[in-house]
Design a protein around this ligand. Structure first.
Ligand SMILES: Cc1cc2nc3c(=O)[nH]c(=O)nc-3n(C[C@H](O)[C@H](O)[C@H](O)COP(=O)(O)OP(=O)(O)OC[C@H]3O[C@@H](n4cnc5c(N)ncnc54)[C@H](O)[C@@H]3O)c2cc1C
Length: 469
């Protein structure tokens, strides 16, 4: 018998489960357990009883059945980036999809099939030689699964839509352990729900993704001094309203990393910036980005032609796993002068070089999808804000958390209400409802159909009875 806080399971049942897997089952006493239980956010310190490193769909089916039959808390983990720590739990089972990285590209149809454990870096590697990319985030180590299922904003959002808008179909293991396909013609309700509804409905083992012709992009950061911040934010707001969809640019407060390619005089300086990714015809790149580059002038103009995977991974070194992460988020329909003043008050207080204040545009192609076409409701929002304190020493938690909360309190009154679920931490039922608005009840109905016992609850949870906890 193996004792845990939650469950005592017969060792025969555990051995039967272990032998059903092609992948590895890692238990609390096994070698590698301490590494295997970790997720990206170093603040999360949980001890699941088992981590099933699934090698294929059959492993996932077996693991879902084992969790359900033994009433174990179940976490599903792909890239492990969810900062709330949904990718792990205490005393239960983690389905770790990281070994499932198969990718197939059909360049003539501009489609990729990617298994549930792929990161954006894996996908970029496979599609770039064909001059094709799917819209992901801004860091290459994030999982395509968690990011796409929750929505997905990044360098190609204005050109190609949210990541979830580019899911053509998905194969998933539902709570009863069956493999189903969800697409525009099969299990249409599930297909609707998984585009923005997060991990509530099952384990996606494979995605069929729409690819876009993107290869070399004109991209990089523009940095400005803090005394330019008011003018920069106002200019940025106006400029983006008229910018072509091929141009993505997010606003940021940041501390300049102390190393190349940044000039020494800027190292460790707090600045504001605009991170640009122009993915249109290269002969128009100079003209389209000129107003941004001439404004200010910037302290640093780091724009130039780069392969798309280079910009998608440019900030990876700033976001290593294991640091403490505390995040808060909101949607914004506009960026009023008053909201800008609140940013000016708190943005410069960004605590560490790893921390981030990012204002991502979600207009363009993302806004041309109807608000009830997918589970992602905020199609009229123009911006997604994330305020993220990221720091190494747990002893600094109080002041970092305070900075995030004060900042968020100051800008929240100007927000649209809910938040992008992938940038939220555990903020309770009301925040989840506010993020889905009119789509919430439909999500509850679909949840009740596919997961009536709420097996998949380690997520921004849609309860099958729609009730508060
Ligand atoms: C460094 C960093 C950078 C980020 N940058 C961006 C960004 O640019 N744009 C953006 O939109 N978001 C970004 N995010 C947020 C990101 O979208 C979420 O953290 C997302 O949950 C990460 O997905 P994952 O697969 O890596 O995480 P995981 O922790 O593995 O998964 C998160 C949740 O997704 C669900 N899930 C995961 N895999 C599956 C699956 N195969 N089937 C069903 N459910 C599944 C589960 O509920 C799981 O708990 C970033 C996060 C970090 C930490």
């Amino acid at each position: 018998m193996v004792e845990t806080r939650d469950k005592t399971l017969p060792s025969a049942a555990i051995e039967e489960f272990r032998s059903s897997l092609r992948g590895e089952l890692i238990g609390t006493g096994d070698e590698g357990y301490e590494e295997a239980r970790k997720v990206f956010n170093g603040m999360i310190d949980r001890r699941p009883q088992f981590i099933a490193r699934c090698a294929d769909v059959a492993d996932v089916m077996s693991a879902v059945n084992f969790a359900r039959e033994n009433e174990l808390v179940l976490s599903v983990r792909a890239g492990g980036h969810n900062v709330t720590g949904f990718g792990t739990n205490d005393g239960g089972l983690v389905i770790d999809l990281s070994p499932m990285k198969g990718i197939r590209v059909d360049s003539s149809k501009r489609i990729a099939w990617a298994e549930g454990g792929c990161t954006w870096g894996d996908l970029d590697h496979a599609t770039h030689p064909f001059g094709l990319h799917a819209p992901g985030g801004v860091i290459s180590t994030t999982g395509i699964a968690g990011l796409s299922l929750g929505g997905g904003v990044g360098h190609l959002t204005r050109k190609a839509g949210l990541s979830c808008d580019n899911i053509l179909s998905a194969e998933m293991v539902t709570a009863n352990g069956e493999l189903v396909r969800a697409s525009a013609t099969e299990n249409e309700d599930l297909y609707w729900a998984l585009r923005g509804g997060g991990g509530n409905f099952g384990v996606v083992t494979s995605f069929e993704l729409k690819l876009h012709p993107v290869s070399t992009v004109f991209a990089g950061p523009l940095l400005y001094s803090l005394d330019q911040a008011r003018d920069v934010m106002r200019f940025y707001r106006e400029f983006m309203a008229g910018a072509p969809d091929d141009l993505n640019a997010f606003f940021a407060y940041l501390i300049v990393p102390p190393g190349p390619p940044f000039p020494e005089q800027l190292h460790n300086k707090t600045v504001c910036g605009i991170v640009v990714c122009y993915a249109g015809p290269m002969d128009r790149a100079e003209e389209v980005t000129r107003p941004l580059r001439e404004f200010g002038p910037p302290l640093l103009d780091g724009l130039g032609p780069v392969p798309f995977p280079a910009i998608q991974s440019a900030f990876d070194p700033l976001m290593p796993p294991g640091l403490q992460n505390y995040w808060k988020a909101d949607f914004f329909e506009d960026l009023s002068d008053e909201a800008i003043e609140a940013h000016l008050k708190h943005g410069p207080g960004i605590p560490t070089v790893n921390s981030a204040v990012h204002l991502y545009p979600v207009d363009g192609a993302a806004a041309r999808v109807g608000k009830s076409e997918t589970a992602w409701s905020y199609r009229e929002a123009r911006w997604v804000l994330v305020i993220a304190a990221v720091y190494p020493d747990p002893a600094d938690t109080e002041k970092n958390v305070q900075w995030v909360r004060d900042y968020w309190e100051a800008v929240h009154p100007y927000s649209a209400g809910g938040a992008y679920i992938n940038f939220m931490m555990d903020e309770g039922e009301d925040r989840i409802r506010a993020s889905y608005r009119d789509n919430y009840q439909r999500l509850v109905d679909i949840k009740r159909k596919y997961d009536p016992a709420n097996l998949f609850r380690m997520n921004q949870n849609i309860r099958p009875n729609g009730a508060k906890a």
